[in-house]
Design a protein around this ligand. Structure first.
Ligand code: V4E
Length: 195
């Protein structure tokens, strides 16, 4: 089974419609710190290294080489084993990962705290993410077999329409953060076809 998810922008009216009749599952808080070099070595290759609540996670695109316009779905390999992260990034192992990253010129460039409220509505899981810099988005998710991805995407879009969600490209939290705080970094990501 794989998770198919789509992001949407939320206003108050849409939130009420969305959570009406839904079952509240839980609230999780994330503190994410993202790392890169000053030259944006990782993010310009669509590679994302973060520390989430103290644990390192690396996301590497599976559809590397395809331009954004040709991608139908963004898929990433997700690695959370520190030794594997270090070897994927080709960083020599000497001390802790934090220390070794620092010595290899990787440093934190964004810290985002998110309150994620999870709901279930029928077969859909709804994540409402409120980030601390004043940005709220919703992710609608379906778990399906690999061969049902297209069908699941259609279902999510129907669900969104029914709930008055705007069907439009949405910047995820980190991309929105970069867009607001570092225009040069954002323009570089656009130039490299990452966003
Ligand atoms: C930017 C990015 C990634 C980092 C995580 O992004 P974000 O959506 O802010 O995180 P979150 O909290 O929803 O992560 P989760 O809990 O789901 O693991 S991972 C992939 N990207 C790339 C990306 C892109 N290239 N273009 C756009 C428009 N969005 C994201």
């Amino acid at each position: 089974m794989i998770e198919v998810e789509k992001k949407f922008i939320l206003d108050e009216e849409a939130t009420n419609k969305l959570i009406g009749g839904a079952t509240f599952l839980k609230e999780i808080n994330h503190i994410d710190t993202y790392y890169d070099t000053k030259e944006h070595f990782l993010t310009t290759q669509d590679i994302w290294l973060r520390r989430r609540n103290g644990k390192f996670e690396l996301k590497i695109p599976l559809n590397q080489g395809e331009s954004k316009s040709k991608r139908t779905l963004d898929r990433y390999e997700e690695i959370d084993d520190e030794d594997q992260i270090q070897s994927k990034l080709k960083i020599p192992k000497n001390k802790s990962l934090t220390e070794d990253l620092k010595n290899a010129s990787f440093s934190p460039f964004a810290t985002i705290t998110t309150a994620r409220r999870k709901y279930r509505k029928g077969e859909f899981v709804i994540d409402i993410d409120s980030a601390d810099f004043g940005y709220t988005i919703v992710e609608v998710e379906l778990m399906v077999e690999e061969y049902n991805i297209k069908e699941a995407t259609k279902k999510i879009l129907e669900f969104a329409r029914k709930h008055g969600l705007k069907i439009a490209p949405v910047r995820g939290k980190l991309i929105e953060y970069i867009y607001r705080k570092d225009q040069n970094h954002y323009l570089l990501l656009v130039d490299r076809g990452v966003v």
